[in-house]
Design a binder for this molecule. Structure first.
Ligand code: HEM
Length: 502
């Protein structure tokens, strides 16, 4: 008989020792314990506490570059003076696509969508952002229909306590897909469930695949798919909706992201909706969980706010909509200044990863301080040292929902004249060397404008219709959950939604 725990432990330790053999040759200090046993301990610790290791490395090595050992290999963590190295890179030496293939394993899980990533390039970067105005009514309508559905407050009750992250994933999956494939596809429960579970499995699974040698990855993925279900069922359920968009797009103007996708799709994809559906599943993956993490953190923060601050945010939203004649259009959403500020502070304070963004070094590189970075190394940034820098963000340990609004409004919240330069710099979707939630440089998240729009619409709808609180006896600061380098809100934490009496 096979002793499963013993087999599991043996495999895990073998992988850790493989990591030990493949250590980076850069002459940089390593965070964690010394010696081979200490190294094994550090690698195991990184699975649940990369954040703690990064903080430790940052303090111990005085902000200088150091190596973070992890189950997904060794990451060279660079300090603020090297943000430009990643930001200005053009992939010739410091390369993002090859790194993403390693980190997220799309080729193994989705097939060949990497050699022609037309669903990522111009589509998201340009066309989607230009189309946001026309998507607002659709996103708004879907949010209005979906919020009561996912909360599902029984007819006899006024409130309900729900596990927040899971609820937001279901909500974001539906609202995002209204923009992605349109209605009624976005309401197909079976498809949404499969899409959510594909997205939930894919990131941790990509991390696990990283533990295996290249030649075995495909077999491991096949085995996992048999045990836990793969993307295939999701793609099968999605294909008819994507097919219907192909037919629609031939007669009409584009109105969904899939319609836009058709402009870039090669002939073989246009005649095989399944291939297009794989791209949509992949985009959904990049979109749903990241947005749900943000929305959940934001709702926890909103539930903790003093009533006076919450009242200011609600008034700001109402004023913005009134200024557009009572219509919640893209211009109105663009004026949700206080919500925008809160979201940017959510990103600063919570982030989504302990280390990232990361790139692979294609040729040996010498840093400005003389450190040699060998070919094949992974270089990365870490949000915490940047986002908690007191010189940039005074009182950084305090969550200040209006931190960025004050910077945009010349220190005031009451409609003071905007300073155009700091207005742009301090908007949620703006990138800077001190704010890396959406990454840096030419590979910074191209979906952030779409993400910001749908998150703001959803939050505004919730704030206008529900009061938020923590269930009696439950923590109002639930500890986030970490896996390898990624972090997310605690999946078991709940929030109470009570219908507002206005
Ligand atoms: C709040 C939500 C989101 C966050 C925090 C987020 C964050 C990120 C980050 C950190 C990166 C890596 C950037 C880098 O390497 O420098 C990224 C890349 C990417 N994101 Fe997002 N994202 C979000 C929403 C979305 C949405 C809604 C979409 C699609 C509609 C999307 C599509 C992408 C794509 C395609 C890339 C790869 C870009 C490239 O490699 O050139 N993201 N995102």
């Amino acid at each position: 008989m096979i002793n499963t725990p013993l087999l599991g432990a043996t495999l895990l330790l073998s992988f850790v020792f493989l990591r030990l053999l493949g250590r980076n040759r850069a002459k940089l200090p390593r965070v964690g314990r010394a010696g081979p046993i200490g190294y094994v301990w550090t690698v195991l610790r990184s699975v649940l506490d990369s954040d703690g290791l990064v903080t430790e490395g940052w303090e111990r090595f005085d902000g200088k570059p150091f190596i973070l050992p992890s189950m997904t290999g060794e990451w060279i963590v660079l300090g603020p003076e090297f943000v430009d190295l990643l930001r200005k890179s053009d992939d010739s030496v410091i390369n993002a696509p090859k790194r993403n293939v390693e980190l997220f394993q799309p080729a193994i899980m989705f097939g060949d969508i990497v050699s022609n990533p037309y669903h990522v390039g111009a589509l998201i970067r340009s066309d989607l952002t230009k189309s946001l105005r026309s998507l607002v009514p659709e996103i708004l309508e879907e949010a209005q229909l979906a919020i009561p559905d996912v909360l599902n407050i029984p007819g006899t009750e006024e409130s309900i306590a729900v596990p927040l992250f899971d609820t937001m994933v279901r909500l974001l999956a539906r609202v995002s897909n209204r923009a992605m494939i349109g209605a009624p596809g976005c309401r197909d429960e079976q498809f949404l469930q499969r899409q959510v579970s594909v997205a939930a499995q894919a990131i941790p699974m990509a991390q696990v695949l990283n533990w295996f040698p290249q030649f075995s990855k495909r077999a491991v993925w096949k085995l996992f798919s048999v045990l836990a279900g793969s993307k295939d069922e999701c793609v099968r359920l999605l294909t008819p909706y994507v097919q219907s968009r192909i037919d629609y797009a031939q007669q009409d103007n584009p109105s969904t992201i899939t319609d836009l996708l058709l402009r870039y799709a090669p002939e073989e994809d246009l005649t095989d909706a399944r291939r297009l559906a794989i791209r949509v599943v992949h985009l959904n993956m990049a979109s749903i969980h990241t947005s749900s993490i943000f929305t959940s953190h934001a709702l926890f923060e909103l539930a903790r706010l003093p009533p006076a601050q919450l009242a200011l945010i609600r008034a700001d939203i109402e004023q913005a909509i009134d200024s557009e004649g009572g219509v919640c259009n893209k211009v109105a959403v663009g004026k949700f200044f206080l919500l925008d500020s809160l979201l940017k502070e959510v990103g600063r304070y919570h982030s989504l990863f302990a280390v990232g963004p990361s790139r692979v070094v294609l040729h040996e590189t010498i840093l400005a301080n003389g450190t040699i970075i060998p070919r094949g190394s992974v270089v990365s940034l870490a949000p915490k040292p940047l986002h908690f820098n007191p010189k940039v963000y005074p009182d950084p340990m305090t969550f200040d929902p209006f931190r960025f609004a004050k910077l945009r409004h010349e220190g005031k919240l009451d409609g003071a004249k905007l300073d155009p330069a700091s207005d742009v710099r301090n908007a949620f979707t703006s990138l800077s060397n001190d704010y890396i939630v959406f990454g840096v440089g030419m590979h910074a998240c191209p979906g952030r404008f779409f993400a910001a729009l749908k998150i703001k619409i959803i939050l505004a709808e919730i704030l206008m219709n529900y009061d938020l609180s923590f269930p009696a006896g439950e923590s109002n600061t639930p500890k986030p959950f970490a896996f390898n380098v990624f972090t997310m809100p605690n999946p078991s934490a709940r929030l109470v939604f009570r219908k507002r009496k206005v």
